[in-house]
Design a protein around this ligand. Structure first.
Ligand code: UD1
Length: 416
């Protein structure tokens, strides 16, 4: 993407459906037999397409009408996930729980690491074992099976992993009896999954104390639900507006989902107003004050917005810090931002960001999805021309980002 920076963004932008909510709720169709799951507000993204292909390989018939997807489940599913699709996307591991619960067996190549850290699935496997699954890992492939049905029980997660919570909630849906999972992730995407499980007939109760109670059912029925708005995409555009002194309304979001980010923006002196489903950013000639940020599981500051926040703080007045506590290696974007004139030093899991007067356009590379987003918004604020290479990462999570940015006045184009 070629970006000619320095233009204050102006206008209104609509938030897409959430990638991280859509991926797990799509996997809910693997709990069905001869029934249909319908989902509205599914974003058009590479990762969604990868999940669609994976579900099709497993026997699901997928029908797409605009942003609505119908997933028709056959009576008999296949239970072997192909290596090429699982390797493309870590979230492929979300098929493990529902397939095992429905078919009694599953084989899934280990998703492996990625550029933001090692990302094991040990917590997913531990929970499934506690529910009676036998699990063997041979030549990098997880083979899981269960005699009869998975058995509901009490499970305590050592860490509130988003993926492990989702996998175990889906597995518990067809287990025998009641499952209680403690210390679960409380991201809004988990509420969306609970709603989708309820719509196919699974009694799910989220408890205020950080647990979930699920009654396993005999057979799931057809259902229809909506994917929630993408809080990370929304924050990317909010930060782009802040960085360019723009006047932008970001619509169709749930402001309470982004409290942690809005709190930091308020602390840094950004000018904005929160309306019912909209956040409006106002232009401000003043530079941001520096702030300290620590990423944490929800409702803490999301690790997925950390790189974009770093981009915004790179032109604040003074020294900010960002501590990354969720992933091991999420600062690969720093050296690219430094190529644009930023002053970011990494010391273990902390980024020390000394605000500079201005960023300058440069040729940079996206190492992962959110790093790519950070470089794009940095490019929008920078003087001169920025080229962001390896956009393939960005297409995994941002629907039509070039068109959306142009619609609020940015000068961006895709070049091959
Ligand atoms: C999801 C999101 C991702 C986001 C992350 C944290 C999706 C598709 N992806 O990823 O965008 O950055 O939540 O908000 O929803 N861990 C283990 N063992 C496990 C599972 C996780 O050690 O079995 C560790 C991971 O290595 C990582 C941390 O726990 O350090 C958080 O991972 P987790 O919450 O599971 O994230 P994902 O579900 O992979």
């Amino acid at each position: 993407m070629k970006i000619r920076g320095g233009i204050p963004l102006k206008g209104t932008i609509k938030t897409q459906g959430a990638k991280n909510a859509a991926l797990p709720v799509m996997a809910v169709c693997l709990l069905l037999r001869g029934e249909t799951l319908t989902l509205d507000n599914v974003p058009d993204l590479y990762d969604i397409n990868t999940m669609k292909e994976l579900l099709e390989t497993l026997g699901i018939d997928v029908e797409v009408t605009g942003s609505t997807m119908d997933f028709h489940a056959p009576e008999e599913l296949k239970w072997e996930a192909p290596d090429n699709l699982v390797r493309k996307m870590r979230a492929s591991s979300l098929v493990l729980g529902p397939l095992l619960a429905n078919c009694g067996k599953v084989s899934l190549p280990l998703p492996g690491g990625c550029s933001i850290g090692s990302r094991p699935i040990d917590l997913h496997l531990k929970g499934l074992k506690q529910m009676g699954a036998e699990i063997e890992i041979q030549n990098g492939v997880v083979h899981a099976s269960v005699k009869g049905k998975l058995r509901g029980r009490r499970i305590y997660l050592d860490f509130p992993s988003v993926g492990a919570t989702e996998n175990l909630m889906m597995a518990a849906s067809l287990a025998q009896g009641e499952t209680i999972i403690e210390n679960i992730a409380r991201e809004p995407e988990i509420d969306n999954l609970a709603a989708v499980l309820r719509c196919v007939g699974v009694p799910v109760e989220l408890e205020g104390t950080g647990g979930v109670r699920i009654q396993g059912i005999e057979k799931a029925h057809s259902g229809h639900e909506r994917v929630i708005p993408d809080r990370i995409e929304a924050c990317t555009y909010i930060l782009a507006a802040v960085m360019t002194n723009g006047h932008v309304k970001v619509e169709d979001l749930v402001p309470s989902h982004i409290d942690a980010i809005l709190a930091k923006l308020e602390e840094s002196g950004a000018k904005f107003a929160v309306h019912q489903n909209t956040v409006e950013i106002f232009p401000s000639k003043k530079k941001l004050h520096p702030v300290s940020v620590k990423t944490m599981p929800y409702p803490g500051f999301p690790t997925d917005s950390q790189p974009q926040m770093a981009a915004a703080l790179s032109i604040a007045r003074g020294v900010s810090t960002i501590e990354e506590s969720v992933f091991q290696a999420r600062f690969l974007y720093a050296q690219e931002l430094n190529r644009m004139g930023a002053d970011i030093q990494i010391s273990r899991d902390v980024a020390i960001i000394r605000g500079v007067e201005k960023l300058q356009g440069a040729s940079v590379k996206a190492s992962d999805l959110r790093a790519g987003a950070a470089l794009i918004i940095a490019g929008l604020a920078a003087e001169g021309e920025t080229t962001v290479d390896d956009m393939v990462h960005v297409w995994r999570g941002y629907e039509a980002i070039d068109k959306k940015l142009r619609s609020i006045g940015a000068d961006v184009e895709l070049v091959s």
